[in-house]
Design a protein around this ligand. Structure first.
Ligand SMILES: Cc1cc2nc3c(=O)[nH]c(=O)nc-3n(C[C@H](O)[C@H](O)[C@H](O)COP(=O)(O)OP(=O)(O)OC[C@H]3O[C@@H](n4cnc5c(N)ncnc54)[C@H](O)[C@@H]3O)c2cc1C
Length: 463
């Protein structure tokens, strides 16, 4: 895009690393780069860090354990420890230490960034990159144009990390990408919400009476999906008959307790209609908010009437961000595939290990393509596969890395690697590599993947 005629202000400062998108992968990428000594800026559309994890209220972190060991360590471990110390994180009796309070997560991530001398630029949208050819024949992003209260502003850095979840920067810079399944359909989106004023002790008793006993009011998880043998299904049928719910409100229903928020539940629903499908389209995202809010209203009326302990409940918050599971995925130097996952493929330049299964939420009901009970090696309790550094390196660009849910993977493989702790690990690797690029004058392909892996291991990564 020719930006020459636009009224753009240029910042006199220049950064080593600019991370675009301070979400799940981006916040960690920025902390990682800053701790490696890079002058680091995070450009974030909203007013806090954590992205889908915090602003789409996606709690808890999905467990990613193999052989009894958590596969994501290093900065993820530090984050979880700090959350627990504040009472904003907790471990259940099953050894799952990933329950967290999204508001606490925003604060802890920000503190970790500031302590590392990283800098956030909030309420700022990435708009377009400014490109120039690089010596190796790839396109180089010299700067980015962002939009905020100051108008259009040019920001410059040596290396960029695109952690927008939708690969906004890489795609606008011309990197190839894929999106959706073979028909172009994306995974279903959800608009999550928090319910306050719940008498959780009474609700626990009620759920136990209805076949879903809970560990305690501090660790609650209950669910209903049509046709999946949930003991709560008859109640949902009643809700539909009474006109409180629409049929589709039972396509996916799931509630969790939240550490540090007594009397509050976080809901992984409503799932949005199949027509509201592309999370990288602004009009669709707006429809997701309006449609989702209406569905939340129905669910809350239903909960008040039918769930003991919810009579006095109220909507504590609608998630500010729509829960988007999958949009664009860059085509990188390596495209991770379903076969790689099922054969437990390892890589010399591994930056992350995953045991979470292929988990595709189709807009018309969840389809787990490969059940854990299969004979495949991947589903042995001590199995895992790896994600290589090359999956973060987009084709055609010399100074951009792309961690998170939009890393280079097939539709099926993305559905496994997209969970938050993996996004942290990919982000940490991208941040460190970007800092090395800036410090040593390297292009992203010149980073030695094995050296990166060893450095991450020294930081405590399980690699
Ligand atoms: C409904 C739902 C339920 C899920 N359940 C779980 C679960 O239980 N446990 C789990 O571990 N994972 C779960 N996941 C998956 C996981 O939460 C996401 O895949 C992961 O958080 C994505 O991280 P990311 O860094 O790639 O993107 P994000 O965390 O979304 O970060 C992207 C960031 O970039 C910012 N941004 C985007 N575009 C721009 C722009 N142009 N300019 C500036 N900033 C921009 C956004 O504001 C955001 O902060 C779920 C996902 C969804 C949607």
């Amino acid at each position: 895009m020719d930006t020459a005629k636009l009224p753009i202000q240029t910042q006199s400062r220049r950064w080593d690393v600019i991370v675009v998108g301070g979400g799940t992968a981006g916040a960690i990428a920025a902390i990682s780069a800053a701790r490696a000594g890079a002058k680091t800026l995070v450009v974030e559309a909203l007013g806090s860090l954590g992205g889908t994890g915090t602003n789409a209220q996606v709690t808890p972190l999905m467990r990613n354990i193999s052989g009894g060991v958590n596969l994501n360590r290093s900065l993820t471990d530090e984050l979880k420890t700090r959350l627990c110390q504040r009472g904003d994180g907790a471990a259940d009796k099953g050894g799952n230490d990933n329950w967290f309070n999204p508001e606490g997560m925003k604060y802890v991530l920000e503190q970790m960034l500031l302590e590392s001398s990283g800098e956030p630029l909030y309420h700022t949208h990435f708009v377009v990159p400014e490109l120039s050819p690089s010596p190796a024949g790839k396109r180089k992003v010299g700067g980015i144009i962002v939009h905020n209260k100051d108008g259009l502003v040019r920001l410059e850095a040596h290396t960029f990390v695109d952690a927008t979840g939708d690969a906004d920067l890489a795609v606008r810079a011309g990197a190839p990408f894929e999106a959706g399944d073979e028909t172009g359909l994306h995974q279903a989106m959800s608009l999550r919400f928090m319910l306050g004023g719940v008498d959780t002790a009474r609700l626990c008793t009620f759920l136990a009476q209805h076949g879903q006993g809970q560990e305690s009011p501090q660790f609650m998880h209950f669910w209903m999906v049509w046709g999946k043998k949930s003991s709560l299904e008859p109640l949902f049928h009643q809700g539909v008959e009474e006109g409180l719910l629409k049929e589709r409100d039972g396509d996916y229903f799931q509630g969790f307790s939240v550490p540090g928020m007594p009397g509050t539940l976080s809901f992984n629903c409503p799932r949005l209609d199949a027509e509201i499908n592309d999370g990288a389209d602004a009009w669709t995202l707006s429809k997701a908010q309006t449609d989702g809010r209406a569905a939340i209203d129905r669910l809350v009326q239903f909960l008040r009437v039918h769930f003991e302990g919810c009579q006095q409940s109220f909507i504590a918050s609608y998630a500010p961000m729509v829960g988007v599971r999958e949009t664009r995925r860059i085509v990188g130097e390596y495209v991770l595939t379903l076969e790689d996952i099922l054969s437990c493929k390892t890589f010399v330049d591994a930056v992350c290990r995953n045991h979470y299964p292929v988990d595709i939420h189709t807009p018309k009901g969840q389809k787990l393509l490969h059940q854990r009970s299969g004979d495949l090696p991947y589903f042995k309790p001590d199995a895992f596969h790896e994600i290589p550094y090359r999956s973060l390196v987009p084709l055609g660009l010399s100074n951009v890395l792309v961690p998170g849910r939009c890393a280079s993977a097939s539709f099926e493989a993305q559905s496994a690697i997209r969970v938050q702790q993996n996004c942290h690990s990919m982000g940490e690797a991208a941040g460190l590599a970007a800092a090395w690029c800036a410090g040593e004058g390297l292009e992203v392909r010149q980073v030695d993947g094995l050296k990166l892996r060893q450095a991450l291991r020294k930081r405590g990564a399980n690699l």
